[in-house]
Structures are given as C-alpha cells and as structure tokens.
Design a protein. Structure first.
Length: 234
C-alpha cells in the first residue's frame, strides 16, 4: 500500500471503518515525552543491555501513550494498560473510560511495533489490529527460517529467488505473518492454534526501503489513514 505519511491531527477522531497508523522516527529523540512513562516502563527501559535499545523502547512507549491520550482526551501519564488473554496490551481504567466521552464512543484497540529507528502504532475502534515493521538482519538463512515458521511452500518460493529478492520477499512474508499473530493476540506461540473465524485482512505498508511493514485488521477491509509523528501541535 503506497501512502503519503502526513502530519497527523492534534485531536484525531476514529470511526468503525477506519484504522489509523502512525509512523515515528525514534532517532529524533524524545526526552520531553519520557515523563509520561510509568515507573515500571522506565525500569524496563533501563534493563536493556544496550542503552540505545532501551532509549528506543522508552521513546516508542512514550509516543504510544501520547497518541492514545489524544484519542481519549486523557493525560498520557494517566493511561493504564492491562493484558489480554495472551498478553496483548489493552487500555484499562482511565483510558478506556475517557473514550466513552468522545463522539466516537466505543473501545479503542491498538498495537505497537518498532525496528531500528522506525516505530508504527495502529489504532482502531472495536476491531483488533496488529502491525509489524522489520529491517533486514545480517547472516540470516531466510529459507531455513521460512521452512520452520512459514511453511514448505513459502520456503520453496524463496529458494527460487536471487539473494537480494529473497531477502525482500522474506521480510514481506514475515511482517504479514507477524501482523496477523499480533492481531489475534496470540504471539508466535499461538501460530499452531489460531482462533476460529475469518483470517484478518492484511495490507502492506510502505515505510521506506529497506524496511518492510504490514497491518492486519479484524473484520477488514477498511480505510487506512497513515500519519507521521509528531502530530500537529505535538
């Protein structure tokens, strides 16, 4: 899906047939946002072996809080998160209640992914969403991983390609698969026992080479709006 990533609105509104995807550059820094993190989030960021990885994780989490706060008219620091049946984060308490006061009443669903300096946040109403972004990794046996995770058919397709094409096609297949699992909320461990019902609708997102990205949406298709962070007024 080719899209223009425009600066998002200060007070975004969401509808049932729309999914918003926000793209952020984690290299841009964000010390002014770190005050929105909870004590547990700051502690987790400090546990990363590489300081830069912890900083990226904390910045991505701070942007997530700020984005969700704009949909819910809440203070980013007041948002509380709970875990679903398989550990997928969801809004709880103040954040979920605040949404009921907006014109687009309902339950907010979201998902976050980041790789390197690129972060993606998907936001929807009622529909579960999953988003994934990946950068190429060095010394990766794409065919072997595909055979183990994505199946023999995908592995054979990749094996027939030249190396540069194989790497790109592997990333495309991988992010689509990961986005679906994140939409289901099962994680990689749930791939062998998927939920019943229709598969999520999946669309690839153009985030710029060499990264690949995909969005999976429950009960799709739908309109996808692509926003660039920081938003207007950020």
């Amino acid at each position: 899906m080719h899209a223009e990533w425009e600066s998002g609105p200060e007070r975004p509104q969401i509808a049932l047939d729309v999914v918003d995807v926000w793209r952020a550059d984690l290299a841009a820094g964000g010390d002014d946002l770190h005050g929105s993190l909870s004590e547990q989030e700051r502690e987790r960021a400090s546990r990363f072996v590489r300081t830069e990885d912890g900083m990226r994780w904390g910045y991505a989490r701070a942007i997530l809080r700020t984005v969700l706060a704009r949909y819910t008219d809440a203070d980013p620091r007041a948002l509380r998160f709970a875990e679903g049946a398989h550990g997928k984060p969801e809004l709880a308490g103040t954040g979920a209640d605040a949404l009921a006061g907006r014109a687009t009443a309902g339950h907010l669903r979201f998902n976050l992914s980041h790789s390197g300096d690129t972060a993606l946040i998907a936001v929807a109403l009622h529909r579960e969403v999953g988003v994934d972004v990946e950068l190429p990794r060095r010394a990766t046996d794409h065919v072997a991983i595909a055979r183990r995770i994505l199946g023999d058919e995908e592995a054979e397709r990749l094996a027939a390609l030249d190396e540069p094409t194989r790497e790109r096609e592997f990333l495309r297949a991988w992010v689509r698969w990961e986005a679906v699992l994140k939409c289901w909320g099962t994680g990689i461990g749930g791939a062998d026992d998927p939920p019943t019902g229709p598969d999520p609708w999946v669309v690839e997102l153009d985030v710029g080479s060499p990264a690949a990205a995909a969005l999976a949406v429950e009960d799709g298709p739908c309109t996808v709006r692509c926003w660039q962070w920081p938003a207007v007024g950020a």
